[in-house]
Write a protein that binds this ligand. Structure first.
Ligand code: GLU
Length: 427
């Protein structure tokens, strides 16, 4: 049996539900999504042929506000992955205490082999299929893996055409100047490092003396690296997907990774040129080696199921903190090992909540029709992220529980209270 992210999300929920002594009705409500959509998307290709794609949107829970969460373009996307990601969005919005629920969408496609016009038609088709079920007061999409501001603006345009008006609150992650917020692109990665910085302070470790290994070189990883470097940390290696070889590699340099330099030798798919990297003094290793570096900090910022029962044993004894930039990178079996080894984990739905927090700021700015300066956005982002970290950490210390469990306890309790108040469940 392959890895099923939704089973993992339910397993995590069940364990915490037991700890919290949640009632049967709350458990029944929160362990399943409220609504889900799975549909075909017939799209005209540039050569005149037709191709049928599969699209999804899962609305896990909207007890605290409209559903919120990204839409992924991912080859082999499944409903179970989208269900898991939608569930994690519910906990993510709750743990940073923003008035939104959890949703996620996806299309089973590989945008790297689609032209921009084909991607535009796919975006518009996805919105047409869901036009009655998403929107500013129902469910608000955003970018996720392999989608960006361009996709969001096509989706917004389709939605506004259908609904005859301007509805900037329909979608977030829009380009700046088209209703987007300054800082949104950086927000997830910066938020990861904000929580990492807080964790290191709690552990009495000076961030400028630390080293890190990062899995991924996409949007989250890039801005996490940028901020970590600014704070004086040293990145020993990053890993990156190679679109030609269809596998990932680790780019390692003992004197430290220069992300600007690596970005400059990346192609339009984000793949780093291996030969040029070698010339710059990088050692190129198999992708899974990111995990076994002798560093203080590991930052998984790529995919789910990366630290699992088969790989967890490869984590070096030097590792003190794991900051989860990705969604669902660590399985419950691996959690047990990490717990026993006393490695400090900043759980995904807290660590990477900076993106959705900034999306919330984008909505607020759109509603006021007044846009803040970048400094103001980033300052507010840090406030939210640091205070969410403090609350989770306090809970972990007070109840003597693992950070992931503490985050779950806070998030689930908030969502459960909102649902009980609405009469959807009883305590
Ligand atoms: N896709 C991002 C996430 O997983 C952001 C979601 C949003 O901004 O709504 O958190």
């Amino acid at each position: 049996m392959g890895f099923n992210p939704f089973e993992m999300a339910q397993q995590q929920f069940d364990a915490v539900a037991e700890k919290l002594g949640l009632s049967e009705s709350i458990r029944a409500l929160l362990r399943e999504p409220m609504r889900e959509f799975s549909f075909t998307l017939p799209v005209r290709m540039d050569d005149g042929s037709m191709k049928v794609f599969r699209g999804y949107r899962v609305q896990h829970n909207d007890g605290r506000g409209p559903c919120k969460g990204g839409i992924r373009f991912y080859p082999g996307e499944t409903i179970d992955t989208v269900r898991a990601l939608a569930t994690w969005m519910t906990w993510k919005c709750a743990v940073v205490d923003i008035p939104l629920g959890g949703g996620k969408g996806g299309i089973d496609c590989d945008p790297r082999v689609l032209s921009m016009t084909e991607q535009e038609r796919l975006c518009r088709a996805w919105v047409r299929a869901l036009s009655a079920n998403v929107g500013p007061v129902q469910d608000v999409p955003a970018p996720d893996m392999m989608t960006n501001g361009q996709h969001m603006i096509w989706m917004l345009d389709e939605y506004e055409t259908i609904h005859h008006g301007k509805f900037p609150g329909f979608i977030t992650g829009k380009p700046v100047g088209s209703g987007g917020s300054l800082g949104r692109t950086e927000a997830t990665g910066y938020g990861v490092i904000c929580t990492l910085h807080e964790a290191l302070k709690a552990l009495h470790i000076d961030i400028s003396t630390t080293t890190a290994s990062v899995q991924g070189f996409g949007n989250v990883a890039y801005y996490a690296c940028e901020r970590y470097l600014k704070l004086g940390g040293k990145i020993v290696s990053v890993s990156c997907w190679d679109n030609t070889d269809k596998k990932s590699y680790v780019y390692k340099r003992a004197t430290g990774v220069d992300i600007v330099e690596l970005k400059a030798i990346s192609d339009k798919f984000g793949s780093i040129d291996k030969n040029k990297a070698k010339e710059l003094g990088y050692e190129i290793l198999p992708g899974e080696c990111w995990l076994e570096q002798d560093v203080d900090i590991l930052i998984p910022a790529a995919l789910e199921n990366q630290i699992n029962k088969d790989t967890v044993g490869r984590i070096s004894n030097s590792v003190k903190v794991i900051a989860e930039g990705a969604n669902g990178p660590t399985t419950p079996e691996a959690d047990e090992v990490i717990k026993a080894r006393n490695i400090f984990v900043i759980p995904d739905f807290l660590c990477n909540a900076g993106g959705v927090t900034c999306s919330y700021f984008e909505q607020v700015q759109c509603n006021m029709n007044y846009f803040w300066e970048k400094d103001e956005v980033l300052e507010k982002l840090d406030l939210k992220m640091a205070s969410a970290f403090q609350k989770v950490h306090e809970m972990a210390v007070q109840k003597n529980v693992y950070m992931r469990d503490a985050a779950y306890m806070i998030a689930i309790d908030r969502v459960a209270s909102a649902c009980v108040a609405r009469g959807w469940a009883i305590r």
